[in-house]
Each structure stands twice: as structure tokens, then as C-alpha cells.
Design a protein around this ligand. Structure first.
Ligand code: KIV
Length: 273
């Protein structure tokens, strides 16, 4: 018998079982070292298609490809041991219908080793979510503000205000009933998020939603203050790494220009001479 204890990764079933329990801690990650840091505290690590904007400088998530998700998914997989790793299905990889979605979701799972995929959309995605979950592909839903639909939504506005609340509620219900093990609620009014959380029987994971959700997720570069071009209201910065990086780079540049770097401790002498 092995003397060391294997670390078991959380499964979609474990996440599903946390409904109404201790809040789920979730973050995005796109690289191995950051995935290792997130894995130490998180229940779920998402390789979000936000990678396109955060790491690749794209203006929206629409230009993100399957190849980008696979490459970043493989990097994150090397850093995640305990958390459930979920990979986002990129724009145009699933919207045509269940068979296209199955083909691409299966590829994401096979090539990254992720435990589940996430896709955006409510009632119109229910058939696809049902198709995938019946065929061995765990799905995390995502309703409210769905950034891949920025052009039809007319921007990154709060969703579900006033009479529109019914649509977002029906979206969350449809996704949960179709078999999703959890649903991201993005940028919806707090009271609506609480009502959805009380209504559906799978965990809600909020981003710009409510502390009453079953869990929370943030984009890691936002919460570390590494991506500081702009700050959405729902982001809390727990560090200011871009400021630290700017100061470090300025100090390096100054020392190189003054020939103070490298110093004696950073160079090699040939002792044989
Ligand atoms: O792509 C992403 O990072 C996301 C989260 C913001 C939920 O979908």
C-alpha cells in the first residue's frame, strides 16, 4: 500500500453537492504557476475565455479559438491537483447545435483533461446542455450577462432588471433542469440572484451578482490588480500587482542604465585564471 495520500480532484458531483453549503471559491487561471496558486484555495478553477482579453489583448472574447482554450487548458491542468478544472467553450464552438457542441466539448475534455466545460446561454442552450450531460460531458451553465453575446445584448450591461428578471430566471431554471451541475450568474441584480439561488437546485456561482450565491468567481488578473486597464464595479482588487510590476521594471531599467545590474553576486568568475 502506498504511504502517501493521493490528492483527489473535486468532481462536478462534489460541486453540485455543495448547494446551500459552504460557499464555493472559484477563480480563473490560464497558466501553470497561477493555476498552482489558485488550486491551493479554490474549489473550482476556470480556464475562462476571458483569457483572450486578459492575456492576448483581444477587445472581446469573440476571437478566442478552440486552440487557445486547449493550450491554456493544458497549462492549467499541470497546476491543478485538488480543484475541479472547467474549460470554457469558445464563441462559435457550440452554438450550431448539440452535435457541434459535443464534438468540441469532447475535444476540450480529451486534450486538456478538464473535468467539465462551461458554455454561455439560457433557454436556447437547454437542448445542447441536455445532449452533452447525457453523453458524459458535465456542463457548467452561464446566464445573465453572457459576454460572447455582447453584440446582441448591446454592451456589457446588467441583465435581468425590471420585467427582464423573468427571462433570466427562466434561463437559469432551463440550464439547471437540462442537467448543468452549476450555473454562473453574471451581472444580475442581487435580489434576482438570491431568488434564482433559492429556486434552482444546483449551486449558483456569482460574478457581479450577490453574496447570497452558492459561490463566487472572479477573473484572477482582475482581483490581483494585474489587469488594471479598467475595473468593473463587481471586481474587488485584493492586490496591486500591476503597480508592483511597474515599480520593479522601472527599478531594473534604472539599474541597467546606471550599470548597477548585474552586481558581483549575479556574475560568474573563472576561478582557474
Ligand atoms: O471567461 C471567464 O473568465 C468567465 C468568468 C468571468 C465567469 O466566464
Amino acid at each position: 500500500m502506498s504511504s502517501h495520500q493521493e490528492i483527489r480532484a473535486l468532481t462536478p458531483g462534489d460541486i453540485r453537492a455543495r448547494k446551500g453549503g459552504d460557499p464555493l471559491v472559484c477563480l480563473t487561471a490560464y497558466t501553470t504557476p497561477v493555476a498552482q496558486l489558485a488550486d491551493a484555495e479554490c474549489d473550482l478553477v476556470l480556464v475562462g475565455d476571458s483569457v483572450g482579453m486578459v492575456l492576448h489583448g483581444l477587445p472581446t472574447t469573440l476571437g478566442v479559438t478552440m486552440e487557445m482554450m486547449i493550450l491554456h487548458g493544458q497549462a492549467v491542468a499541470r497546476g491543478v491537483k485538488r480543484a475541479l478544472m472547467v474549460v470554457d467553450m469558445p464563441f462559435a464552438s457550440y452554438e450550431e447545435g448539440p452535435t457541434q457542441a459535443y464534438r468540441n466539448a469532447a475535444r476540450l475534455m480529451a486534450e486538456t483533461g478538464c473535468g467539465a466545460v462551461k458554455l454561455e446561454g439560457g433557454q436556447h442552450m437547454a437542448e445542447t446542455i441536455h445532449f452533452l450531460t447525457q453523453r458524459g460531458i458535465p456542463v457548467m451553465g452561464h446566464v445573465g450577462l453572457t459576454p460572447q453575446s455582447v453584440n446582441t445584448l448591446g454592451g456589457y450591461r446588467v441583465q435581468g432588471k425590471g420585467a427582464d428578471a423573468t427571462r433570466v430566471m427562466h434561463d437559469a431554471q432551463a440550464v439547471a433542469q437540462a442537467g448543468a451541475f452549476s450555473v454562473v450568474l453574471e451581472k444580475v441584480p442581487a435580489r434576482l440572484a438570491d431568488e434564482i439561488t433559492a429556486t434552482i437546485d444546483v449551486p449558483t456561482v456569482g460574478i457581479g451578482a450577490s453574496a447570497g450565491c452558492d459561490g463566487q468567481i472572479l477573473v484572477i488578473d482582475d482581483m490581483l490588480g494585474l489587469f488594471d486597464a479598467f475595473k468593473p464595479k463587481f471586481v474587488k482588487r485584493y492586490a496591486a500587482l500591476a503597480d508592483d510590476a511597474r515599480a520593479a521594471i522601472a527599478a531594473y531599467a534604472e539599474e541597467v542604465r546606471a550599470r548597477r545590474f548585474p552586481a558581483a553576486e549575479h556574475i560568474f568568475e573563472d576561478q582557474s585564471k
